[in-house]
Design a protein around this ligand. Structure first.
Ligand code: A2H
Length: 253
């Protein structure tokens, strides 16, 4: 963890019932994959969620109604930020592995895709955020490359039991224009830097640096309520709206 505290928006991606057998103990509850993001203004372009197949997760009681699927570490942090049914003590209802979560259908705030699926990403860190990441391949180089890997490699899909219909129908949605990079900034920068897979960590770090900086200062929204507004201005407005409507919470670590 860094020295500076990082403020994330946790996006509540609702698991659509009926639940698979591994989640049957949660039947009747509102269950969410809670994804940590620094870019709430990009949620229109979500195409899937990412989980680490070998990662350890749990289903934790956040309050009387909501259950979040996240890492134990995030559940403990949340419990100290008033997000736990029992104050300062996480209650785990079911222990889960990332592979138990692959293929879950989700309904996520602001997403133009009404149903998206949970898919494997191999570079997720379990000591950052919640261990759940929402995927916006238009604007996030990591998401673009991980989606590209799954789409172009049937063997990779087979290895993790990923069905074609969870991946192939989902196209990149243009949501932000960056003058230098166009309407699909992540694709443009990954192509320019000749990045071949999600495992090219150094090149991806450079791609993230380029798109993140320019996106914030020069990006303009192409969709939604704040169409035509700068990312810089729209970001706090969209974040506040998500929080006020109960679709997200703030989380810091
Ligand atoms: B961002 P920072 Cl559109 N492991 O959200 C790996 N990556 C993780 C993670 C984890 N455990 N938890 C969160 N993240 C990702 C959106 C996005 C993000 C866009 C563009 C850039 C971007 C959609 N994915 O991040 O190390 C999440 O992806 C570029 C930095 O705390 C989160 O925001 O700076 C970001 O990394 C947090 O990274």
């Amino acid at each position: 963890e860094g020295v500076q505290p990082q403020d994330y928006t946790l996006i509540k991606m609702e698991v659509i019932p009926p639940f698979p057998p591994k989640l049957s103990a949660l039947e009747g509850r509102k269950v969410f994959l809670a994804a940590a993001t620094l870019r709430p203004e990009t949620m229109y372009g979500q195409t899937n969620a990412w989980v680490l197949p070998d990662g350890k997760y749990g289903a934790f009681e956040i309050n009387e109604t909501d259950v979040f699927i996240i890492t134990q570490r995030a559940a403990l942090n949340l419990a100290y930020q008033k997000f736990s049914r029992v104050p300062e003590k996480p209650t785990c209802l079911v222990e889960l592995s990332g592979s138990d979560l692959i293929g879950l259908p989700l309904k996520s705030p602001l997403s133009f895709n009404e149903i998206i699926y949970s898919l494997p990403m191999l570079t997720i860190l379990t000591d950052k955020g919640t261990g759940i990441v929402t995927s916006v391949p238009s604007d996030a180089p990591d998401d673009y490359m991980a989606m590209h890997d799954l789409k172009s490699k049937p063997a990779l899909r087979a290895k993790f039991g990923v069905k074609d219909e969870w991946v192939l129908p989902f196209e990149i949605i243009p949501i932000i224009n960056i003058p230098e990079f166009g309407d699909k900034p992540a694709e443009k920068v990954c192509t320019d830097l000749k990045i071949r897979s999600q495992n090219e960590k150094e090149k991806l770090a450079e791609a993230k640096r380029l798109t993140y900086l320019k996106g914030f200062t020069e990006g303009t929204l192409l969709v939604g309520e704040f169409t035509g507004r700068r990312v810089q201005e729209a970001k706090p407005l969209i974040r506040n709206k998500l929080i006020e409507t109960g679709q997200a919470i703030m989380y810091s670590e």
